[in-house]
Design a protein around this ligand. Structure first.
Ligand code: MG
Length: 369
């Protein structure tokens, strides 16, 4: 049995729950990655994002070079303008673009519009890009908070996009990441639905990139799915660091590791043969439980099945059980089940805010489609 290397990147685009078409697009052509959020009537937005991504791919540098990536984005801009001029129904079409070239742990970014790039490090999410949008300008002026911006009626008005100004410039820069960091590219269908802290929590817990993008899209849809949602997750790796474990000097530790691996495979085969069905099912489940006075998050189901415990501890939180309402605290002793990790995490957020001061009520405005 050989272990395949985990896919270092994954992407997913979804129409969401209220739009009829998907005008977003994504590109995964290592070392190039990008998301684009098209706009314009008569499905012109779909054309705009597709044309932009195709032109980006055709012009992007093969190596880490932010300036060259910026030039490729400008070529994409010209292509969208040219495509718009070909048909009256495409007049006014445009698209955002957030593109990255990843070389080991180094990243080059070129960016226009309100799609975003983030870097996850040690569980914390750092936003790498500035939105080119009206609400972002208001936030910078101090007239609006991040949370207010997510519900603002003009939140989708962007101040810079591909498809209108032939002299448009992209923001271009390079970022030095570290092994273990994650790069996230996404459209506003994700960030308009989920707060950064929640996105960080999912990215931190779902270590498989494919699972991470699926959970993020799922969470945005559960929050309302008011817009098309597009997400690309790239895990930063260092090929040089991986090779060091193959040096001849480490043969003994390599044999020990092989013996351990055989044990794991044998135990794994036994479990797979006996409780595979229950295992597959419980992997998708989650629950919260009182663990030493704080709320802990687990995958799986509490208790045991056919002699096997089918749960995996995800993390302990800082939510103190004795600060929760007595009925909730009581249910936590036996475990509160959820159909998925995203639901469980959302419930933790609710519990956390219920234990905090009631001085800042959550926004009550409901975004319209
Ligand atoms: Mg959008």
């Amino acid at each position: 049995m050989t272990q395949s290397r985990p896919t270092p990147a994954a992407g997913l685009t979804d129409t969401g729950l209220t739009r009829t078409g998907n005008e977003d697009g994504l590109l995964i052509e290592p070392p190039l990655y990008a998301v684009a959020d098209g706009m314009g009537g008569h499905r012109a937005g779909e054309v705009a994002s597709r044309v932009a991504l195709e032109e980006l791919l055709a012009n992007a540098p093969a190596r880490l070079d932010a300036k060259a990536l910026g030039r490729a984005v400008r070529a994409a801009n010209r292509a969208v303008i040219a495509a718009a001029a070909k048909s009256r129904t495409r007049t006014g079409m445009g698209t955002t673009i957030t593109a990255a070239i990843v070389d080991g742990t180094n990243i080059a970014i070129a960016h226009v519009g309100d799609s975003r790039a983030y870097l996850l490090r040690d569980g914390r999410l750092e936003r790498l890009t500035d939105d080119h949008s009206m609400v972002a300008d208001l936030i910078r002026e101090g007239a609006l908070t991040e949370d207010e911006a997510r519900f603002h009626p003009q939140r989708s008005v962007i101040t810079r996009a591909l498809g209108s100004d032939p002299n448009m410039l992209a923001d271009v820069f390079e970022v030095e990441g570290a092994v273990g960091d994650r790069l996230l590219l996404c459209t506003d269908g994700l960030t308009g639905m989920l707060a950064d802290d929640y996105i960080a929590e999912i990215l931190d817990l779902e270590r498989d990139p494919q699972k991470a993008v699926e959970t993020l899209v799922d969470a945005a849809n559960r929050a309302g799915g008011y817009d098309n949602i597009t997400v690309v997750v790239i895990d930063l790796t260092d090929a040089a660091a991986e090779q060091t474990s193959l040096r001849p000097g480490s043969a003994a530790s390599g044999r020990r590791a092989a013996a351990r691996l055989l044990w794991i495979i044998a135990a794994g085969a036994l479990i797979a043969a006996t409780v595979w069905g229950a295992y597959a099912y419980t992997r998708t489940r989650a629950y919260l439980i009182d663990e030493g006075g704080v709320v802990a998050v687990y995958r799986g189901v509490p208790g045991s099945f056919a002699g096997f415990t089918l749960h995996w501890r995800v993390k302990a939180t800082n939510v103190a059980v004795d600060r929760l309402a007595p009925p909730v605290a009581s249910r936590l002793r036996g475990g509160i089940p959820f159909s998925g990790l995203a639901d469980a995490l959302r419930r933790v957020d609710e519990m956390r805010s219920s234990t905090q001061t009631t001085a800042s009520p959550s926004p009550t405005a409901t975004p319209s489609p």
